[in-house]
Design a protein around this ligand. Structure first.
Ligand code: HXC
Length: 259
């Protein structure tokens, strides 16, 4: 792997990988290369046994200001269909390990969709979320019309999607889009702290729990409950379950091995 538009640090902290989108002059606009590099990095990190949690970030000014408008401007519908950029997004969504977006500045269009594709969002007070595609004659295409209403409700999502206006970090927090809002100098640290809390847990339990929570948005309740139950039973086949419960009984800290 030799990415040019992202910086990948597999062991940024113990068990925590960091991916930084690095196209600062273009406000981290997500061209096809950036998205391909993110997809490839996530695939590698997902397969790396030392990595338990992934933090995805941009820079202070922008997490990402959207898909690359200049790259899309001249395309027609058939070009877009043949480029099939959304298969990249589908692969990103298949990442088994939790991904935390650490967001400062603009998270717009595809940038907002990318952080909603992550599992949690830690925002700087400067973060601004929005789906401004309507202002350039299109609409969200990477999940914005689906994940945003699930996160913040129909009324607020409809307003953002139809007006293109931005939502502040505090409003996003109050609406349930982000996990926490912190001062601009600590958003990455806070995301890494949250990642470290998750990295202490059994990585297999974390992965199956993530998979189960996501089913809440994809399956009817009865099927999803049955899916949850099977994942729950499966964890009793792990050494980590024995270790976790023995440690509780013995009043000590568990040492999870991911086995
Ligand atoms: C390409 C972009 C870009 C984008 C910013 N830039 N956003 N280039 N695609 N999405 C470039 C600008 O052209 C400019 O390049 C440089 O980054 C700095 O941006 P400015 O506009 O000069 O900065 P500022 O005045 O601070 O305004 C910031 C901004 C504005 C409000 C974020 O850039 C903006 O509105 N950007 C577009 C936001 C947007 O519409 N996003 C949705 C895209 S569609 P130069 O060379 O001039 O210095 C989308 C669809 C997703 O995301 C569908 C599936 C993937």
């Amino acid at each position: 792997m030799n990415p040019e538009l992202i910086i990948v640090t597999p062991e940024h902290r113990p068990h925590i990988a960091l991916i930084q989108i690095n196209r600062p002059k273009e406000l981290n606009a997500l061209n096809l290369q950036v998205m391909g590099e993110i997809r490839d990095a996530l695939k590698e990190l997902d397969a790396n046994e030392n990595v338990r949690v992934i933090v995805l970030t941009g820079n202070e000014r922008a997490f990402a200001a959207g898909a690359d408008i200049k790259q899309m401007a001249g395309k027609d519908a058939v070009d877009m269909l043949l480029i099939d950029q959304f298969s990249t997004w589908d692969q990103i969504r298949k990442t088994k390990k939790p991904i935390i977006a650490a967001v400062s500045g603009f998270a717009l269009g595809g940038g907002c969709e990318l952080c909603m594709t992550c599992d949690m969002i830690v925002a700087s007070e400067t973060a601004q979320f929005g789906q401004p595609e309507i202002k350039i004659g299109v609409m969200p295409g990477a999940g914005g019309t689906q994940r945003l209403p699930r996160a913040i409700g129909k009324a607020k999502a409809m307003e953002l999607v139809l007006t293109g206006k931005f939502m502040s970090a505090t409003d996003a927090y109050n609406a349930g889009l982000v996990n926490r809002v912190v001062p601009p100098d600590s958003y990455l640290e806070e995301a890494l702290r949250l990642a470290a809390e998750i990295a202490q847990q059994s990585p297999i339990a974390v992965q199956l729990a993530k998979e189960s929570v996501l089913k809440a948005f994809e399956m009817p309740l009865q099927e999803a409950l049955s899916f949850e139950r099977k994942n729950f039973y499966m964890l009793f086949a792990t050494q980590d379950q024995k270790e976790g419960m023995a440690a509780f009984v013995e009043k000590r800290k568990p040492e999870f091995k991911g086995r």
